[in-house]
Design a protein around this ligand. Structure first.
Ligand SMILES: Nc1ncnc2c1ncn2[C@@H]1O[C@H](COP(=O)(O)OP(=O)(O)OP(=O)(O)O)[C@@H](O)[C@H]1O
Ligand SMILES: [Mg+2]
Length: 284
């Protein structure tokens, strides 16, 4: 297909990301629709993420990205549609159900406790307790250190208060927490939006480490440079529909942006762009 476009939800050509796409996705959603009163926030959206893959989920404000992530994370289930986790039909009716299925979401506000140290945050709500009810502090420190080492997260100390950490370090702790909950799929909503250059680098590296660990990662971002650095595939939403899917190795930011804005839609062109340069990614 032209312009790095790959079919939605189906198998992809044998080049590029084709190898991973031949397998069953970790998570597949089919025909998701959701309305808020008169607003159709999602219309028959299908979505899939494979093990060892980073999917960039992009689209303009109000395109339906957060609504889609909320259907996956169990915060706002869809009105219609089917969900398959590792090929098995599943229902994600609550965040607890998502956690049981190995799906974890890191929201922008992160939900960390500033007044607690790193270990306490890592295990908050999932503390390891001895048969006599005592917290297994050394066990938690050991596991916490191990996960931070695997993810190559650098922090001053496990006993540092989270309030004293940088934005990138905090984001990293929130992601490490999902690993400690045995996540298979991690959803990140604008993980670098509030971060400086060095902190953004730390989080992008962390996302790559998640992929190396075989997780499926979904990253919502408005930052094309970040998306192109970490994503294997980019899925474009517009007005509640999935309108484009791109293999990042075979496309450009301009083509993805054209799909986001609808510049390629119905043969309408964007200023200064030729018809061929804006035709990719349209799935309708
Ligand atoms: N709780 C809600 N009640 C009513 N309408 C909603 C609600 N949540 C989302 N919407 C509507 O659904 C549509 C999709 O919103 P959504 O938040 O998913 O967009 P988004 O792609 O995440 O945008 P942004 O990039 O601005 O975060 C919008 O028209 C929005 O107004
Ligand atoms: Mg949003």
């Amino acid at each position: 297909m032209a312009n790095g476009e790959v079919p939605a939800g189906g198998s992809v050509p044998s080049s590029g990301i084709g190898e991973i796409a031949k397998r069953e996705p970790l998570l597949r959603m089919v025909g998701l629709s959701k309305t808020f009163g008169a607003v159709r926030a999602l219309t028959e959206v299908s979505f899939e993420v494979y093990a060892g893959e980073v999917v960039g989920l992009v689209g303009d404000n109000g395109a339906g990205k957060s609504t889609l992530v909320k259907t996956i994370s169990g915060v706002g289930p869809a009105d219609e549609g089917e969900i398959f986790v590792e090929g098995q039909p599943a229902s994600i009716s609550s965040p607890q159900a998502a956690t049981r299925l190995g799906i974890e979401t890191v929201y922008q506000d992160l939900a960390l406790c500033d007044n607690l140290d790193v270990v306490s945050n890592l295990f908050l709500g999932h503390e390891e307790v001895s048969p006599f009810g005592a917290l297994r502090e050394t066990d938690m420190e050991k596991r916490g250190l191990e996960v931070l080492r695997i993810l190559d997260v650098k922090i001053p100390s496990l006993r540092s208060l989270v309030a004293s950490l940088s934005g990138g370090q905090r984001q990293s702790i929130a992601v490490a927490k999902t690993i400690l909950r045995n996540a298979k799929v991690v959803l990140l909503d604008e993980p670098t939006a509030a971060l400086g250059v060095a902190q953004t680098r730390q989080v992008l590296n962390l996302i790559k480490r998640l992929r190396e660990q075989g997780l499926g990662v979904v990253v919502i971002s408005h930052n094309m440079a970040d998306v192109f650095e970490v994503a294997d595939r980019v899925i474009v939403m517009r007005l509640g529909r999935r309108v484009g899917t791109f293999d990042v190795k075979n496309t450009t930011a301009e083509r993805v942006i054209a799909s986001i804005t609808g510049a390629e839609f119905g043969g309408r062109s964007i200023e200064g762009a030729s018809a061929s340069s804006i035709s990719g990614g349209n799935e309708r």
